[in-house]
Design a protein around this ligand. Structure first.
Ligand SMILES: [Zn+2]
Length: 409
């Protein structure tokens, strides 16, 4: 059995190496490199169209026109707002290649891109305007080189990856779209590093906790329970929790609010907490501890203020639930990406992330996330930057991954 695996492994490798000597493959790779500047301009143009989660419409229309321009077939915006464009293969079995439209900024953010030396700044410029530009670059290169594939390729610019979008676009695609029975694998282009292969999804659960009480004057009604004091009590219990570093498991209270005046006992308070783990079992354990902290914090405030006869109500809402799981390292899709990343001169590294690939992975589809090229940092902040050095290697790596995977059955 082991010997057979080695044999198949080396046959696959031979087929992949042979790809690099096919003239039309060389032509597609050269096309991507030669059009680097134009794809960079496209990336900036995309980034300057605002697209906060749930407000992706304008950017979607632009991507729809790009998909048509490069010759993709049956271009449409689906029921969830995702832009779809097809490149038919010899069979209907479909590899989905996606990048997300949305940015993790509130409506009204200034999306103007500014350049300082070789570093370019703009919210969402790398995450994920680079991925969207890479989608177009790959589709264009396939067309220019008349490259035929066995699988049909579905290019998708999807909505709802960031924050409370909760993967709504890719969820729709894999749960409700009329085409889902044809899908057999998924690649998301997100982030920039062509050496990084995300093959596992970090599970994420996010809660919003709201506390409500009687309120009252801070002096006149002293002794009543306070929604803010109880919230602080709960947060301090959370802050003291210990979680394992392996499998990496984390928690964060990222937003708090409540109260109306310094001399009023708070009638209402709330926070949003983000819980994550590479391991579903650890995430469950953390979730239980979180529920326990809420219960114990409320109980402490209740006991202290029992004499007032008032109590607090609480409402706990699960606002986001991204499943965890992984695509095996040995799977043809991951192996195709490892080979492609080496072929473009990188030392590939496998890792976990929280990306659109989480959802298809949770359904059992082979799915990975690859970088769109270039260098970047500070995603999700106004200091997000992008450096275009050798950025063509991003779309080249994804293209080779697609072709190498296409050689597998
Ligand atoms: Zn992203």
């Amino acid at each position: 059995m082991r010997w057979l695996l080695v044999l198949f492994g080396s046959l696959a490798l031979q087929a992949q190496e042979a790809l690099l000597s096919r003239p039309e493959v060389r032509q597609a790779l050269d096309f991507i490199r030669a059009n680097h500047d134009r794809h960079l301009d496209l990336q900036v143009k995309i980034a300057e169209i605002p697209a906060p989660t749930f407000h992706e419409g304008e950017r979607a229309k632009f991507m729809e026109s790009e998909f048509r321009r490069v010759g993709l077939k049956n271009v449409e915006i689906d029921g969830q707002g995702n832009v779809l464009g097809w490149r038919p293969g010899r069979t209907e079995r479909t590899l989905v290649v996606a990048a997300h439209l949305d940015i993790s900024f509130a409506p009204g953010v200034n999306t103007k891109v500014r350049k300082e030396g070789n570093r370019w700044y703009g919210p969402g410029l790398a995450d994920d305007s680079r991925g969207l530009a890479a989608l177009v670059a790959i589709a264009e290169a396939l067309q220019a080189a008349h490259l035929a594939t066995n699988r049909t390729l579905l290019f998708v610019a999807n909505v709802g990856e960031e924050g409370l979008g909760d993967l709504i676009g890719v969820r729709y695609l894999f749960e409700k779209s009329p085409y889902r029975s044809r899908f057999d694998a998924f690649i998301s282009i997100d982030g920039t590093d062509p050496a990084r292969i995300v093959h596992g999804g970090v599970g994420v659960k996010r809660y919003r906790l709201t506390l409500r009480g009687p309120g009252g004057h801070s002096y006149g009604n002293y002794g009543r329970p306070s929604a803010i004091h109880a919230l602080g009590e709960i947060i301090s219990r959370l802050a003291a929790l210990e979680t394992p570093s392996k499998p990496k498991t984390t928690f964060n209270v990222g937003r708090v609010g409540g109260g109306t005046a310094v001399n009023a006992i708070a009638e209402e308070s709330w926070f949003e907490v983000d819980l994550r783990s590479e391991s579903p079992a650890e995430l469950d354990r953390l979730e239980l501890k979180f529920h326990e902290a809420v219960r114990a914090g409320l109980e402490a405030e209740k006991l202290r203020r029992a004499a007032s006869g008032f109590s607090l109500q609480h409402e706990l809402k699960l606002v986001s639930n991204r499943p965890s799981g992984q695509t095996a390292e040995r799977s043809p899709l991951v192996q195709a990406a490892v080979w492609a990343s080496k072929a473009t001169g990188h030392v590939p590294s496998l890792g976990f992330g929280s990306t659109d690939a989480n959802f298809p992975i949770s359904l059992g589809f082979p799915a990975i996330t690859l970088g769109g090229g270039g260098k970047s940092a500070n995603a999700h902040s106004l200091q997000e930057w992008f450096e275009p050095a050798e950025a063509w290697k991003g779309p080249q790596t994804v293209l080779l991954t697609i072709l190498a995977f296409d050689e597998s059955r």
